[in-house]
Design a protein around this ligand. Sequence first.
Ligand code: GLN
Length: 451
Amino acid sequence: RAHTDAIAALNPRLNAYITTTSDAALTAAAHADETLAKGEARPLTGIPLGIKDLFCTNGVRTTAASNILKNFVPPYESTVTANLLRDGAVFVGKTNLDEFAMGSANITSAFGPVENPWKRNGDDAALVPGGSSGGSAAAVAAGLAMGATGTDTGGSIRQPAAYCGIVGLKPTYGRCSRFGTIAYASSLDQAGPMARSVRDCAIMLQSMAGFDARDSTSVNCDVPDYSAAIGRSLKGLKVGIPAEYRAEGLSAEIEAAWQQGIAWLKAAGCEIVDVSLPHTKYGLATYYIVAPAECSSNLARYDGLRFGERVEGPTLDAMYEATRRAGFGPEVRRRIMMGTYVLSAGYYDAYYLKAQKVRSLIRRDFTESFQKVDVLLTPTAPTPAFAQGEKTDDPVQMYLNDIFTVPASMAGMPAMSVPVGLGATGLPLGLQLIGRPFDEETLLAAGSALE
Ligand code: GLN
């Protein structure tokens, strides 16, 4: 009730939810009370969660924040949300995002921007919550959910977590099933938890993770007890500091937070090691070839026939054109056009194939550094949250937000953003931990020493 009341009071301003399911949530909560009374509690019984509106939820509208899916009601449940429901979670609503998860500020949603619950000291300007999981981050930060699901293709869990002062974990590619999650770039998309503490993330991930035969890239390996990693001794843990992340545009306050994080980990017994990831500088350029290429292919299915909205036209081609013109916003169209271009005959070798080769080199950088260290510590984003309206006229400025999050995505490594305090203007700052494949436990262990 506290959460549904908070949603009623604050969602009109924050716009964190596209769809709220308060009545159903209160009914489910009453049922959870009975379950608890009978002593049959499951790990998430009665826990109110927000679900990014990219996860298909059976019978509950799922829009991807796009006009083309504005009335789409899935007839099935995504594996991640089914796992959370199995463990007793109560869904309070579907959270806002950038359209089809394409963006870094939650300003491309067809349902309007999300406002960050934080303000700069002495300044009332509305700030962006980051993106694309901006609704999830704002909802968790403002107490409109105890936790939320996010998806991360190039940083969409970690960067909004940093901007809103919460914890966000992108698991290893293949750890959580993609079945029933609306696809953006399939070789990068990964679901993960967003919550107010590392422990809450561990509990959520426990439920979300696991092999699923319905996702061909789901990996069949053990899901360890994540909560057991919290508070584990860090003595002797080798923490790598990659030189290349000391990049241009890194703000002084984030640099200071990074040094503070290094000091805390040292104090906890970690050994700090300088490492180099030389191909980091190609991360963004490569990502913005691979992700749009996959997006242009994935979004071909929205043709006015199979899913979502249709705008009639005199011929089949005219119907396709009218449907897609009305259905997709400008950023999604830009991505489809970039993706179609880099995949087209004559340009495929120069762009797409080259990007795939560079992607292998980026992955190799990580593999080599993980022979020397157990985990990497970097900033999550170059700056804290910025104002709504800033950086919006230049897409390249917007893409630069992802400079520190994209490399781990390209390599499929698990990575987590942890809030480490407030910066000069009173806004939360986040640091990123990047780990070995399927070693989310080390992220959780080291993260609990930083938060
Ligand atoms: N900002 C990046 C993009 O727009 C990442 C988004 C994401 O991780 N879904 O592609």
